[in-house]
Design a protein around this ligand. Structure first.
Ligand SMILES: C[S@@+](CC[C@H](N)C(=O)[O-])C[C@H]1O[C@@H](n2cnc3c(N)ncnc32)[C@H](O)[C@@H]1O
Length: 224
């Protein structure tokens, strides 16, 4: 049995991710996740992310009345809104308080009562148990050992965990390696491409990949 205590490197990555999304990236992220015009490259990212969210949400029942669902790293809350619309009791948590505020402001009025918004760590034990956890592109910055601990920790208190990794494609590996050679001045967190077959996590299965222009992401699922 693995030690589920988050490591110092998990904490360091989370702090870096929080600083980025709560600082220089808040406005960019707010715009990307809205209907406002964006560059052609970002249009591909937006389309890819819409397709990935649909793929992930298709892993959950259509009727979620009575189910507790954790949107782990909820960002501006698009998945939370869809989960609430299906009747789930949603906990929407993100390490960036500014993104949580945007998610709260965007939630349609009739659904707001279904969502418990929180700023904090998705692994916080006090969040309790869930039928489903969805973590879209929120675990992509963590090293393989930290990702494995996070998945075990989430799976220990959920029926299933649906999440994404950045796959080890030539494009994503080139971006990853360039980031290592030229550390970025804005301290944006570097995503770490993973070979999902090497993940040592019980109950792991591949759902599928979305590849649209600059958005490439792999959907995986841990069933408990
Ligand atoms: C690429 S964004 C995706 C946001 C959202 N899931 C979506 O798809 O629109 C990644 C998010 O994960 C959040 N995040 C990363 N690590 C986290 C952690 N340990 N606990 C809570 N949120 C975290 C970041 O703050 C950021 O908002």
């Amino acid at each position: 049995m693995r030690d589920l205590a988050p490591s110092a490197s998990y904490d360091a990555t989370r702090t870096r991710v929080a600083g980025y999304f709560d600082g220089s990236a808040t406005r960019v992220w707010e715009r990307l996740t809205s209907d406002a015009p964006v560059s052609r490259i970002r249009q591909t990212v937006r389309a890819g992310r819409d397709a990935m969210r649909a793929m992930m949400l298709a892993q959950l029942p259509g009727d979620l009345r009575g189910a507790r669902v954790l949107d782990a790293g909820c960002g501006t809350g698009a998945a939370s809104a869809e989960l609430a619309a299906r009747g789930a009791d949603v906990t929407a948590i993100d390490i960036s308080p500014r993104l949580v505020e945007i998610a709260r402001a965007r939630m349609p009025e009739g659904l707001a009562g279904r969502v418990d918004f929180r700023a904090g760590d998705m692994l916080a034990p006090e969040l309790g148990r869930f039928e489903h956890v969805i973590a879209m592109d929120s675990l992509i910055y963590y090293t393989r050992p930290d990702l494995e601990v996070a998945l075990d920790s989430l799976a220990a208190r959920a029926g299933q965990v649906v999440f994404t990794v950045a796959p080890r494609t030539p494009l994503l590996m080139a971006m990853f390696n360039a980031g290592k050679i030229f550390p970025r001045a804005d301290r944006s967190p570097v995503m770490i491409p993973q070979d999902w077959r090497r993940l040592d996590v019980a109950g792991l299965d591949r759902v599928g990949r979305i590849s649209r222009g600059f958005y490439i992401s792999e959907c995986l699922r841990v069933a408990t």
